[in-house]
Design a protein around this ligand. Structure first.
Ligand code: 13P
Ligand code: SF4
Length: 315
């Protein structure tokens, strides 16, 4: 650990704080965290922690989820500008109108949404449990699924449903290049393609495994495969490399990379989390996340429903 990381650990101890980080943050942020996980695991951890302060090194909706689950705790976000293009593609008011226009539909929302969007939702899902939660509804149920059209189309395909999809997407996952994957497959014929379900359908069709960051990590570490082409935010490669140091992980470049030096397979929002900002937020007890009480109460219902179903399913 470097000096900054040591200072963060010390002040976290003094403040009885737990530091949670998503796999998409930088390696040095992941290495200073108490816990690194995917969206589901981070929500589960927040719901269970007895720490007095939660530092959420991820993006805004993740910190909101922590606050909704733990209203009595202080939830700090190292940089409040860490948003999410997918959550932004589904403004709460517009989603609320859409839901009202479709009476009789159950509403399933991906966790990558604002608290207000969740307030119009019956059950929240993450990429770790979306398929199982959709499957828990009767086949005849009419369902709205928002906001990720790629994840929604994928779930429709694997479950045989015809859910009504909100037309949203993540700017990072939408840009992985099919042509680059073909080139990488030709250069590494034994490599397996791992893809996150937020990627577009053409990429998912080429994948050997489709899953959440945690599922892709587990598959890569536990399986016999030695080489993997990874179509998700490149931050996950840090944990993959750490848990399987002898294996080869190759990040998929985005579409715009030919002839450019674009790092679009990195989420610029996740990368706003830095060691200095983590230290600052612990020292100043700010910026804190707050969610209006009425919205928080409504949003808590579908989030808790997701946690309950996940627990029953052993996820
Ligand atoms: P998971 O953490 O569920 O894999 O989702 C990835 C993501 O885009 C988080 O913002
Ligand atoms: Fe949002 Fe995409 Fe960044 Fe995940 S990778 S936080 S979905 S913008």
């Amino acid at each position: 650990m470097n000096t900054l990381q040591q200072r963060i650990r010390q002040i976290a101890r003094e403040r009885k704080a737990v530091i949670l980080a998503h796999y998409y943050t930088t390696a040095e942020v992941q290495d200073v965290a108490d816990f690194v996980g995917d969206s589901l695991a981070l929500a589960q951890k927040a719901a269970q922690t007895d720490a007095e302060v939660i530092v959420m090194c991820g993006v805004h909706f993740m910190a909101e989820t922590c606050k909704i689950l733990c209203p009595e705790k202080t939830v700090l976000i190292p940089d409040p500008a860490a948003g999410c293009s997918l959550a932004d593609s589904c403004p709460g008011e517009a989603f609320g109108r859409f839901v009202k226009e479709h009476p009789g539909y159950k509403v399933i929302s991906y966790v990558n949404t604002s608290a207000l969007t969740k307030a119009y939702t019956d059950v929240v899902v993450t990429s770790s449990n979306a398929r199982q939660i959709v499957d828990s509804f009767p086949a005849s149920e009419k369902i709205i699924f928002g906001p990720d059209r790629n994840l929604g189309s994928y779930i429709n395909a694997v479950t045989g449903r015809n859910m009504l999809l909100w037309d949203g997407a993540c700017h990072v996952h939408e840009r992985f290049s099919v042509a680059e994957i073909l080139k990488l497959k030709a250069a590494h014929p034994k490599a397996e393609v791992l893809a996150h379900p937020e990627c577009k359908g053409a990429v998912l069709k080429m994948a050997d495994v489709v899953g959440s960051t945690a599922k892709l990590l587990r598959y890569a570490v536990e399986g016999d495969g030695q080489e993997f082409i990874v179509a998700t935010e490149s931050g996950i490669l840090h944990e993959m490399q750490k848990q399987a140091p002898g294996k080869n992980f190759i990040p998929v470049p985005p579409e715009t990379s030919e002839g450019h030096t674009c790092a679009c397979n990195e989420c610029q929002y996740m990368r706003l989390n830095s060691l200095q900002k983590i230290l600052d937020c612990l020292q100043h007890n700010a910026p804190q996340i707050d969610v209006p009480a009425d919205v928080a109460q409504r949003a808590a219902v579908p989030i808790r429903r997701m946690l309950e179903i996940s627990e029953k399913l052993g996820l």
